[in-house]
Design a protein. Sequence first.
Length: 176
Amino acid sequence: MVLLAGLVLTVPAVHASPQGARLFSDIQTVILPNGLKVILRENHAAPVVTLQAWVRVGSAQESDGQAGMAHVLEHMLFKGTEKRTAFQIAQAIDRVGGFLNAFTEKEITCLYCTLPREHLELAVDVVTDMVNNSVLSTEEIEKEKLVVINEIKSIEDNPEERAYEFYLETMWKDHV
């Protein structure tokens, strides 16, 4: 626990140091006419690109009666859209050697895709489609609720996850 807290406390110091400032000096931020914020950091170490769609909604915004719904919604992104089935979403990314996944945290939900850079347009198309046009069937939502409940149970049985939750509750009392 002390190590985790120590590491967390050093992060702001890294950002404040001249070396830390250089680590993030190559980040470009653009606000598109539709209000979408695009953050770009080029790294030519490998011939791949990662596209991430971050939404400022997570478990912290849920009421007691909504607990787990941000996570359920994250799962629903993969269940199909108005123009693609779940299989077609997976197939589109898999066939070019890509990887598509998502996660939900306290404050955010992130959908991300990594694939060979020549397929960036495909990633933009698929991720945009998933975020904007997901089909939310009642039947699939009920199935995913059970999946999320089982994930929560497995987290509750994991000592590392419980320690992390305790840390969050201790450090951010008013935000958890």
